[in-house]
Design a binder for this molecule. Structure first.
Ligand SMILES: Cc1cc2nc3c(=O)[nH]c(=O)nc-3n(C[C@H](O)[C@H](O)[C@H](O)COP(=O)(O)O)c2cc1C
Length: 186
C-alpha cells in the first residue's frame, strides 16, 4: 500500500480507491481488509468487524463470508441496508460505503466458495456447534463440530462511497455514486 502523490481529480480518486479495495483482498496487512459492517437491528444500529473476501470493481460489489446463523443475517433479511466503514492510516483515507446487502446460503455461488474453503483452517468458523452469540452451556468442554457447514455469502452492492482524506494541506471529501463523483465539505 502506498499513498503516492496527492490525487487531484475525482476520477483519479475513484479509480485509486477501487484499486485499494482490490488490494485489500489479497494483502493480509491492508487495513481495509477488516472493515466494520454496520447493519440495522430493529430500531437500533449494529456493527462488527468482518473480512473483505472479494471485490468486483466492474460490478461495484464487495463480498464477505459469514455463518448463516449469525445475527447480522437475520438483520439483513429484515432490512438490507448497511454501511461498510474502513480507515487507512497509511493512505489517510476513510471510506464509508453505503451498501445494499443480500445473503446466499445455497446455490452455486455458495458451494463453489465452500469447496475452496472447506479444507482450510477458516472452515472452522462455519462449523461451530452453536450459533454465533448463543450462550455456551455451562460445563461444556471443547464442543464437537456441527454436522454441516453454516457457510453463507454476504454480497454488498455499493450504492455510494463517501471518501474522506485527512491531509495537512486541508482535508477533502467526495461522494461517488451511480451519477458520478462530487466534492463535499469535509
Ligand atoms: C478481525 C476480525 C475479523 C472478522 N471477520 C468476520 C467475517 O469475515 N465474517 C463474520 O461473520 N464475522 C467476522 N468476525 C466476527 C464478527 O466481528 C462478529 O463478532 C460475528 O460475526 C457475530 O456478529 P453478529 O452477531 O452481528 O452477526 C470477525 C471479527 C474480527 C475481530
Amino acid at each position: 500500500m502506498d499513498a503516492g502523490p496527492r490525487l487531484a481529480s475525482l476520477p483519479e480518486i475513484e479509480r485509486a480507491l477501487w484499486q485499494q479495495l482490490e488490494a485489500a483482498v489479497t494483502e493480509r496487512s491492508h487495513p481495509w481488509r477488516t472493515p466494520v459492517l454496520a447493519t440495522v437491528a430493529g430500531d437500533a444500529a449494529d456493527a462488527r468487524t468482518v473480512i473483505l473476501r472479494e471485490v468486483s470493481t466492474a460490478e461495484r460489489q464487495l463480498v464477505v463470508y459469514t455463518d448463516e446463523r449469525a445475527g447480522k443475517v437475520a438483520q439483513i433479511a429484515a432490512r438490507p441496508h448497511g454501511t461498510l466503514v474502513m480507515w487507512s492510516n497509511a493512505l489517510r483515507w476513510q471510506l464509508r460505503c453505503r451498501v445494499r446487502l443480500s445473503v446466499e446460503t445455497d446455490g452455486l455461488g455458495v458451494t463453489s466458495r465452500w469447496a475452496r474453503l472447506q479444507h482450510t483452517a477458516a472452515a472452522q468458523d462455519y462449523l461451530a456447534p452453536h450459533a454465533p452469540g448463543a450462550p455456551v452451556p455451562a460445563g461444556t468442554g471443547v464442543a464437537a463440530a456441527a454436522q454441516r457447514a453454516f457457510f453463507a455469502v454476504v454480497a454488498a452492492e455499493i450504492e455510494s462511497i463517501d471518501w474522506l482524506e485527512l491531509h495537512a494541506d486541508g482535508h477533502r471529501r467526495a461522494r461517488f455514486d451511480s451519477v458520478g463523483g462530487r466534492w463535499l465539505q469535509p
